[in-house]
Design a protein around this ligand. Structure first.
Ligand code: ZN
Length: 454
């Protein structure tokens, strides 16, 4: 396979440095705006339409997995589609209208067409009394029922009367759709980016991760890649489980990965460690956030959250962490109509994307080297590598990095080890290693890299 032909040419570092952060923020936001109106679910037309739009921007392959397919302990559910839904009052006025917001229908609602009293209808109505203007988001994937979500104000405005209730949906044998984009690198080892694309009109939880993954894939398409990159756009939980069930061999090549979600709110960045806790991805993410100087949070792994629950299940135990800003469930807008476009901040979206690129840069640039002149320091001044006293700022950091890389490059310490121990930025350590290699003072360690499964 002519992998190199398909590999990009620009270094990720130069690509990142040349980014126009404002334009990237606008691109990320605009994609969210375009995807926002679509009524997505874990199966069906909305998910397919979403993948269709993504496929106009990146090289996306979709796979249709039939309902009833066994995926470990799970079974691919029936396909759900909804055309229309409403509650009409005596005058024919839609007091709850799917066309106004797709959140109004409980996902996976069975079809209904009935005249009902308010008392009969009430058990099927859901609102948030503490947030009277917000519509909640509810699902019932694995229990056949139906319902409407509405603002508490709407609920309170309903009078004791009869209503025409209609959910024009179908729940039938069909398919679950998986989308993936693979960018081959020089090595077969993979970096995984996974995001769920199964929520309807919700921005932070769902579309911010989707949009970030698309722009990241577009950028990495142009970049010179050591690793192979795999982007998954899949329904949450069942999508990840189905993908893993169909790709056990591929999963074994995943060397590092990130689940992307909730990346556009105004909160500080949060990294949730993989189950392994101290994998390369964990250390790279902690390093990038730590050296940024910005407020951030590092969380330990827990078996609760997004699809890291599947990637980090004991039978896979993949080094996959989660990058977000405010984590799911920790912002009041979560799973409500208030997780909308105005909740998105293009500057934060852009910042999240750049954080992803910086993490990728660390993973791509990390390696173990050997000092070819280990007995006492080599004479750097003679080689033009050491400027006499008085150097400051970057010059000082580079000189310090040269000394650290020479000292710790004994075949046992990686460049990330050196960055962590020295407190220097990884980028500086990497540049120092390149400079030393140019001057034949450093060579890559011959020892095989550790098995990703170890
Ligand atoms: Zn969610």
């Amino acid at each position: 396979m002519s992998m190199d032909v398909m590999n990009g040419v620009v270094s990720i570092a130069s690509l990142r440095r040349d980014l126009n952060t404002q334009a990237i923020g606008a691109e990320l936001y605009d994609r969210i705006r375009r995807l926002y109106p679509i009524c997505r679910s874990i199966t069906g037309k909305g998910l397919r339409d979403t993948l269709g739009l993504i496929g106009q921007e990146i090289d996306l392959e979709t796979r249709e997995v039939p309902s009833g397919t066994q995926a470990f302990d799970w079974i691919v559910p029936k396909e759900w589609n909804v055309q229309d839904a409403y509650v009409k009052d005596r005058d024919g006025v839609r007091v709850v209208d799917f066309n106004a917001s797709n959140l109004h229908v409980v996902q996976y609602s069975m079809p209904v067409r009935r005249r009902m009293t308010l008392a009969e209808l009430r058990p099927h109505l859901f609102s948030i009394p503490e947030r009277p203007d917000w519509i909640p988001y509810k699902t019932s994937y694995y229990r056949e029922t139906w319902g409407f979500c509405l603002s508490h104000r709407q609920l309170q405005a309903l009078v004791e009367d009869e209503y025409d209730v209609c959910i024009d949906s179908s729940l039938a044998e069909g398919h679950l759709t998986l989308g993936e984009c693979v960018l081959p690198g020089r090595e077969a080892d993979e970096i995984l980016f996974s995001c769920h694309a199964c929520h309807p009109s919700l921005c932070n939880d769902n579309l911010s991760g989707v949009s970030t993954a698309v722009t990241l894939a577009k950028l990495l398409t142009r970049a010179s890649r050591r690793y192979t990159y795999r982007f998954l756009f899949i329904p949450g939980t069942i999508g990840a489980i189905t993908w893993l069930a169909l790709h056990e061999q591929t999963a074994a090549r995943i060397r590092n990965g990130l689940v992307l979600s909730c990346l556009g709110d105004r909160g500080k960045p949060t990294y949730k460690r993989s189950r392994r806790g101290l994998g390369e991805i964990d250390r790279a993410a902690v390093h990038v956030l730590g050296r940024s100087g910005d407020e951030h949070e590092i969380q330990d792994f827990s078996p609760y959250g997004y699809d890291e629950r599947q990637y980090c299940s004991p039978g896979f135990d993949l080094p996959v962490g989660v990058l977000s800003r405010t984590p799911h469930g920790c912002f009041p807008e979560y799973h409500t109509s208030a997780d909308n476009l105005s909740f998105m901040d293009p500057a934060k979206l852009s910042h999240s994307l750049i954080t992803c690129l910086e993490i990728v840069e660390v993973l791509e640039g990390n390696g173990v080297y050997v000092n070819r002149n280990p007995k006492c320091e080599p004479q750097l001044g003679r080689r033009g590598l050491y400027r006499s006293a008085g150097g400051h700022g970057d010059v000082h950091a580079m000189e310090t990095a040269l000394l650290w890389v020479l000292n710790l490059s004994d075949g046992r310490h990686s460049l990330l080890d050196i960055a962590e121990r020295s407190g220097l930025r990884f980028e500086t350590v990497r540049q120092a290693a390149d400079l030393l290699a140019e001057h034949e003072l450093l060579t890559e360690a011959a020892a095989p890299r550790s098995d990703p499964a170890s």
